[in-house]
Design a binder for this molecule. Structure first.
Ligand SMILES: Nc1ncnc2c1ncn2[C@@H]1O[C@H](COP(=O)(O)OP(=O)(O)OP(=O)(O)O)[C@@H](O)[C@H]1O
Ligand SMILES: [Mg+2]
Length: 208
């Protein structure tokens, strides 16, 4: 399946049920490369499920589309290779240090110099002095920063961020987590945030 080269996400009619209950119903969205696109919804409204379908981790029951031009049903491996996905729940290795986690990710993605890439990311995200700390012993906000560093390190073409600033203090949101990662790492990003209404698009803007 092909898509226009300036389109990052193009899906139509996505539907997903768990245990006979529809949690995503007939969802369509189109996001251009270079855009920051967000959507909101209350807890359990299907935001994470949607992101997982977009990056090929979950197969929709109905609907189709592309992510970075790759078919979300048939080309999941390609999508995973080119997309950075920051999961809502911390999913790095708790018993590896900050540096070890970043180097592991760099090796997994075939980054040329994992040690240098890890060092640069530690500096970019303000994690200096915490390189040797076990990820499992970081505070919630620092874990978020590490997760953000890990998913941006391979320079993905697209970032999918699920509740990226939950637990991160306001100063860090402005100075590091939001600006540096969002602006530098990827031409298009999608993030989700929880508010008390149905899941729906909340913002659309060119990347900084
Ligand atoms: N693997 C699964 N198996 C069964 N049910 C699931 C599974 N994943 C999600 N669900 C259910 O699907 C619904 C939507 O969950 P999802 O995590 O997508 O919501 P969300 O909008 O991300 O919520 P939150 O704001 O709490 O993160 C919930 O009722 C959840 O319990
Ligand atoms: Mg969620």
């Amino acid at each position: 399946m092909t898509a226009a080269p300036d389109i990052a996400i193009d899906v139509e009619g996505l539907t997903k049920s768990f245990d006979g209950r529809k949690v995503v119903r007939n969802l369509s969205m189109r996001v251009k490369r270079g855009e920051i696109y967000g959507f909101l919804g209350p807890n359990g409204s299907g935001k994470t499920t949607t992101i997982r379908m977009l990056c090929g981790l979950l197969t929709p029951d109905e609907g189709s589309g592309t992510c970075l031009g790759y078919d979300i049903r048939a080309q999941a491996d390609e999508i995973k290779r080119h997309v950075g996905y920051m999961t809502q729940r911390f999913s790095l290795y708790q018993d590896l240090s900050v540096r070890e986690n970043l180097e592991f990710v760099a090796r997994l993605y075939g980054v040329a110099d994992p040690t240098a890439a890890s060092r640069a990311m530690i500096e970019r995200l303000g994690l200096e002095g915490r390189e040797a700390q076990l990820a499992g012993e970081l505070s919630g906000g620092w874990k978020q920063r590490l997760a953000l560093g890990a998913c941006t390190l391979p320079n993905p073409q697209l970032l999918l961020l699920d509740e990226p600033t939950a637990g991160v203090d306001p100063k860090a949101r402005r100075s590091r987590v939001g600006r540096r990662a969002g602006a530098r790492a990827a031409p298009a990003a999608l993030r989700s945030r929880t508010r008390a209404w149905r899941a729906r698009p909340c913002c659309r803007s060119p990347a900084a």
